[in-house]
Design a protein around this ligand. Structure first.
Ligand SMILES: [Zn+2]
Length: 446
């Protein structure tokens, strides 16, 4: 199926002044990164005991960092460092200079807390502006922001950036799906921000309400905060008649806006004048060359309230340096297909939810509402994939349903290499997420 035909005609994105740093010649960019790294390392060393101690242990002092090429001499930082120093232990600025705090939702134990000075908020908003400009948005666009407002960085992050761009922002936050659809329709919304799984939920509900998203002015979707596949993109673009763009970010570094796709949708440009990317081997922690797949590590080059040196994101990707047809000189990462935290191991095989999603979407008529249930019976791991089927797919003939089930099982086995049990469940019987989708339920005893 040709998705281009389904898209509403999108004019090429006009150059926006906020995007200027995206096009800086490489040599000039390296020089800027080197300068900023030296400043940030000095700031971290002088103000954050954890960094001073780690650098002293390695025998590295700020004056030993001559430029960006020395970055691998610095210690790595992990999520537990942020938990262990809860709440303010990694702050490099006094509280009178901190204008905002955010925190991650802690699923286990304490959350992590992050801080911003006024200058940090401006850098963050600038990065979001560059992302929105790359998607082709500008003043005059009406942006419905369905990311959660609150401690989570998604809501306010997108909000400030979209306002700075000159767009009209509607802060709907998450939830109340019927109202979301009413706003989208009545206010002439041209862009929406939310998790891809929540947008799927909006799509379903709109269909039930008889609202055709394809006929609305909506033309851009800004989706992030969870990994999603190209197959999911194809489905969303086709069903809603929009272009669906990926946005990347994480609370520890700033929030959304660390990187974004451009009109070519072939990897995410990293705003590397502020967030420096490296790829390391997950096991040895050694830096890997461009193009190699490994764990993404990020350093904040300008963050004043809470500089983060070489943060291990747990996101698996690779960096590519070939020039993008859009002309941006900042490097791209491949879309995050999975997080090392999301991986589950079953019968010795590493499996990612995204692989199951891609397999399901390869079968005609199946929508990506699914859940993976892991159980252990008599010492043997079992994997069950529950898949919702649409009312149109339901057939009275058992043989038809059985064929569909076996087709899905074969397709998944083909991709992950192990047999799974597929259960077809009724439309709407799985939980619909308003934030990040919960794809895997592991009922195995540890
Ligand atoms: Zn590009």
């Amino acid at each position: 199926m040709n998705h281009d035909i389904a898209r509403k005609s999108a004019p090429p994105a006009a150059f926006h002044p906020a995007s200027a740093p995206d096009y800086v010649p490489a040599a000039q960019l390296r020089q800027l990164q080197s300068q900023r790294l030296q400043q940030i390392v000095r700031l971290a060393y002088d103000n954050v005991p954890l960094y001073r101690q780690r650098m002293d242990e390695r025998g590295v002092r700020p004056e030993n960092i001559a430029g960006i090429e020395d970055i691998a001499r610095l210690p790595l930082t992990v999520k537990n460092d942020l938990r262990d120093t809860y709440p303010f232990g990694l702050f490099a600025a006094p509280m009178r200079d901190v204008v905002r705090l955010h925190a991650s939702s802690g699923t286990t134990g304490k959350p992590i807390v992050v801080a911003y000075t006024q200058a940090d908020i401006e850098v963050w908003s600038g990065a979001i502006m560059r992302a929105l400009a790359a998607y082709g948005l500008q003043a005059g666009d009406i942006v419905q922001n369905s990311y959660g407002y609150g401690l989570f960085t998604g809501g306010l992050g997108l909000h400030y950036g979209a306002e700075a761009l000159g767009a009209t922002v509607i802060p709907t936050s998450g939830g109340n799906t019927d109202r979301q659809i009413m706003v989208m329709k009545d206010f002439g919304v041209s862009a929406i921000c939310c998790t891809p799984s929540y947008f799927l939920h909006i799509l379903d509900r709109a269909q039930e309400l008889g609202v055709l998203l394809r006929e609305l002015p909506l033309r851009v979707g800004i989706f992030g905060a969870e990994p999603w596949t190209d197959a999911m993109r194809g489905h969303i673009e086709q069903a809603a008649g929009i272009r669906a763009f990926d946005i990347y970010g994480l609370t520890e570094i700033t929030g959304p806006g660390v990187g974004a796709e451009c009109q070519y949708q072939d990897g995410l440009h990293i705003f590397e004048d502020h967030f420096y990317p490296e790829i390391i081997d997950q096991d040895t922690c050694e830096p890997l060359p461009d193009g190699a797949q490994g764990e993404l590590v990020l350093t904040t080059l300008s963050k004043q309230a809470m500089p983060i040196l070489r943060y291990r994101t747990r996101d698996i990707t690779s960096l590519h340096t070939e020039p993008c047809p859009c002309g941006r000189t900042i490097r791209r990462i491949h879309r995050i297909s999975h997080r090392s935290d999301d991986m589950f191991i079953i019968r010795g095989v590493n499996v990612f939810p995204s692989q199951i999603e891609a397999a399901l979407l390869a079968v005609d008529g199946v929508l990506p509402h699914y859940q993976i249930i892991l159980t252990r019976q008599k010492g043997l791991d079992r994997i069950e994939v529950q898949v919702e089927i649409t009312p149109e797919l339901v057939s009275d003939r058992i043989s038809v349903m059985e064929d569909l089930r076996s087709k899905l099982e074969k397709q998944i086995e083909h991709i992950i290499g192990i047999r799974v049990t597929v259960t077809l469940v009724e439309w709407h019987s799985l939980d619909r997420s308003e934030g990040k989708a919960r794809r895997v339920i592991d009922k195995r005893e540890m």
